[in-house]
Design a protein around this ligand. Sequence first.
Ligand code: ASP
Length: 337
Amino acid sequence: MRHFLAAALAAAGLLEPGVSLSADYSLVIHGGAGAMPRAEMTAARERDVRAALEESLKAGQAILSAGGSALDAVSASVVVLEDSPYFNAGKGAVLTHEGRNELDASIMDGATLRAGAVAGVRRVRNPIVLARAVMEKSPHVMLTGKGAEEFARGIGIRLVEPGYFRTEERWQQLQDELGKAAARTQAQAEATDAPSYLGTVGAVARDRKGGLAAATSTGGMTNKRWGRVGDSPIIGAGTYANAHCAVSATGWGEFYIRAAVAHDICARVAYRGDSIRAASEEVVLRVVPKLGGDGGVIALGRDGEFSMPFNTAGMYRGWIDAEGQRRTDIYPDGSSR
Ligand code: ASP
């Protein structure tokens, strides 16, 4: 049936050659919770954002459909999103209080439980590539700041001038935040300081051998200071993968760290036998909000079950459906344009 359907779709030009109709691999990506409010989203912008998500899916799918590893697929998908100016990772990442970019990323291989992460890097074009190199080429799991860049230089990872990451839109966002902060008294700021986060990126994948992997990359939060680091580069908070489950998170990082979101979801699946959906919804829609945080995750199980819960207005996301077709969405349940 599957092959018949594949042949029919291919003949109709709806399926690219070489793309299997597959339940034998999976790929889910996100471009961040806290998507632009629907009222501000133009048709042109939505088209461009979806095109970037589509490119990211294509990059990962090409690897998985050729029998490549989940680890290679999540790396490739995240690199595409880091290179796109529409997401808060790599080019187009949000700016710190001082108007700089400080980037965080992490990656984990579920089959081996190996992991790598970087935080606060300013000159690495693709932080996810460096996170993977920390995992594969150093005895460590996490490197930060200048030391991480020294390591990158030593192994020939591509560095860029800090200005490469900067976009006019992010500069304006920082000015808005600074303006709002100046208008508030300290007491008001402490009471109402809900952060602006937008567009962290991530991917989870399952390869044909059943291996799972997860990757996440971010610029953190607009107007962050003092070397602030969120959940994205923290294994167990923003990223986790084991033999049962792979998770990449996006949201208010302080709460995602405190709830150890990515690990908690996988632990519920492994220890209690929860479904991916039940575990991820419980953590994202109940545990984190109870603490006062919000955001979303993409979660994937070893049988290909996946879930993409969020409690923000939207979450940029993409996945490969049961017929091997690439899908993207932004707002809840297919309600985008
Ligand atoms: N979780 C990220 C952080 O706190 C932000 C995001 O998801 O957009 O740094």
